[in-house]
Write a protein that binds this ligand. Structure first.
Ligand SMILES: Nc1ncnc2c1ncn2[C@@H]1O[C@H](COP(=O)(O)OP(=O)(O)OP(=O)(O)O)[C@@H](O)[C@H]1O
Length: 263
């Protein structure tokens, strides 16, 4: 498989604080990369680099072999733990908004046949995430799971090359979370997506990912914790029956990685 995304010797520094150092990884097209690590280990910074919200201090990011500019592009979609959708728009309005902005960048409105086509595309996307009966519902009237389904539909409708998920299921109840695992796995397979997902839940990482990256510092200076940055300390390709290594579970303090979830 070819590398869709490549990070070459990336460093991210804020003043004299080094957040990420010597980060070199290649992410294959259609892979599902789960990112774990202790709080503050730079997982969100890594996601912001891929999203184009942040430029590295050193090193370069290549997307499809080309240097990626530090700006958000339609080729990358993102879902956060909360607040990914517009509260003042209905489900249909939220999903159509992205299509209208892409089709009419100045006015943000489509008319006639192109509007009808956008509406059909948006309705199909909402059906794909199980929201076909909630087209005219506002986010405030939805459960947390429905809001995340909507956020996924909104991110996917523009056919991004990479879908970035930042703790997307972290705020959901366990039962709803399992439904969302099924949904994202199905969409990943059906749409041939490349996914990078940050999660605090190590069993979720090992259940969903085809590869797990763990972020941590290789070097520590107790007198000056900011002197060294984090990097990828574990890079585990999975056959979906792999269990988290004991050292990784211990490092991340996972209370109980459930083997039943890892089948
Ligand atoms: N703009 C900034 N200026 C200074 N330091 C920053 C900035 N953004 C992030 N940091 C620091 O970078 C480090 C990594 O932050 P980041 O949010 O990427 O970690 P994380 O692994 O996602 O944490 P969490 O799991 O708690 O969300 C933290 O120490 C944070 O304080």
């Amino acid at each position: 498989m070819s590398a869709l995304l490549e990070l070459q010797d990336i460093w991210v520094e804020y003043g004299d604080k080094i957040v990420l150092e010597r980060l070199s990884i290649a992410i294959a097209e259609r892979s599902f990369v789960a990112v774990v690590g202790a709080s503050g280990s730079g997982k969100s910074t890594f996601l912001r680099l891929i999203l184009g919200q942040e430029a590295p201090t050193r090193g370069q990011v290549l997307l499809g072999g080309q240097p990626m500019r530090a700006e958000c592009g339609a080729d990358r979609g993102v879902v956060f733990q909360r607040y990914s959708v517009f509260p003042h728009l209905t489900a249909l309005g939220n999903v159509m908004f992205g299509l209208e902005c892409a089709g009419a960048p100045f006015t943000g409105r489509l008319f006639g046949a192109s509007r009808r086509a956008a509406k059909e595309t948006a309705m199909a996307m909402l059906a794909a995430v199980g929201l076909e009966h909630s087209l005219h519902v506002y986010p405030a009237q939805m459960s947390g799971g429905m809001q995340q389904r909507l956020a996924i539909a909104q991110a996917l409708v523009k056919h991004p090359r990479i879908l970035l998920l930042d703790e997307p299921f972290g705020a959901l109840d366990p039962g709803i979370r399992l439904d969302m695992h099924e949904l994202i796995t199905r969409l990943w397979q059906e749409h041939g997506l490349t996914i990078v997902m940050v999660t605090h839940d190590i069993s979720e990482a090992f259940k969903l990912g085809t590869r797990v990256l763990a972020f941590d510092k290789r070097r520590h200076d107790p007198q000056a914790p900011h002197r060294f940055g984090a990097t990828v300390t574990y890079d585990l390709p999975l056959d979906r029956k792999t269990f988290p290594p004991a050292a990784l579970v211990e490092a991340l303090g996972d209370p109980d990685p459930q083997p039943s979830l890892l089948q």
